[in-house]
Design a protein around this ligand. Sequence first.
Ligand SMILES: [Zn+2]
Length: 319
Amino acid sequence: MRWSIRIARVAGIEVRLHLTFLLFLAWIGFSYYQLGGATAATRGVVFLLALFGCVLLHEFGHALAARGFGIRTPDITLLPIGGVARLQRMPDNPWQELIVALAGPLVNVVIAAVLIFALGQHLQWEHLEGLNQPGIAMLAKLASVNIGLVLFNLIPAFPMDGGRVLRALLALALPYSRATHIAAGVGQALALVFGIVGLFANPMLILIAFFIFLGAQQEAALAQMKDITLGAPVSEATGTHWMRLPPHARLDDAAEALLRTSQDEFPVVDDSGRVLGVLTRDDIVAALNRRRPSAPVREFMRRDLPVVSAHEPFEEVFP
Ligand SMILES: [Zn+2]
C-alpha cells in the first residue's frame, strides 16, 4: 500500500502505518488540546493508540488463523478507518473461511472479557470511587469500544467479517457462487436500510452504507469470475488474434502497429512461431525518444516474461 511506513515486524508479518493515520492522530491530539489542554490531548492520543492496538490484534487474529491453513499474510496496514490484513487469498473451504473470519472479532471478545474481569476485580476493592479515576474510566471505555468493534464487524455484509461468516455458513450447504450471491444480496439490502436510516438519523450511516454496497458488488464479481473459470484451462481465457512483429521489424514498424491497432502489447515471433519477447506500448514510446526509427525491435523487447502453458488451470494461473 502506498503512503505507508513500516513500523514493526511481528511473527513474519510486516506492520505498516498509513500516513493518513498519523494525520488523524495529530488531528485527535489537536482537537482534545483545544478542549482541555495538554492532559486531555495526551489522554485522547493514548486512548486512540490503545484502540488501534486492539484493531491491530484483531487483524493478527485473522492473519494467524489463516496461517494455520497455510495462507500467508505479508502485511497489516493501519488506516484511520481501521486495519487491513492483506491475506494472500481467502480459503476456499467454508469451514476454514468461517474460522478465519471469526478469529478477528474473537480477539476483541477476549480483550473486552479480560478488561471487564480486571475492572470488576479492581472495583470490588476500591468500591465505586474507582470510576472517577481517569485510567479506570479509559479501560472501561476501551472495553465498551471492543464490544462495539465485535458488533460492527459482525454486521452480515461484505466487506465486514460478518459478510464472510454469512457466506461461509451458506457455503456449507450451497455452491460457493450461490452462497456469495445471497450474502452479497443481504449486504446490499442492509446497505439500503442503513442509507435510508442514515438520511434521517446519522449521516455517518450513509457513508457506511456506501462502503457496504461497494464491498458486496466487488465480492459478487470476484465469486462470479471464480465460478465461470472453474476447471477451465488457460487456453480458454487467452486471446489468440494478436498482431505480431517479426524480430527484424523496426521501431517505426512497431510505432505504426501501435497506431493502427488497439493492442498495447506486441509479441515478437520468429518464423517458426516461437515467441522471442514482448513489446509494450511503454517500451515503444520510450524507445521513440531514444532510438533511431530503424532500430530493430529485438533490441528493446522484453525477454524476462513468466510463461504458462496452455493447459494449466486458469484459477491457478490467475493469482
Ligand atoms: Zn476483521
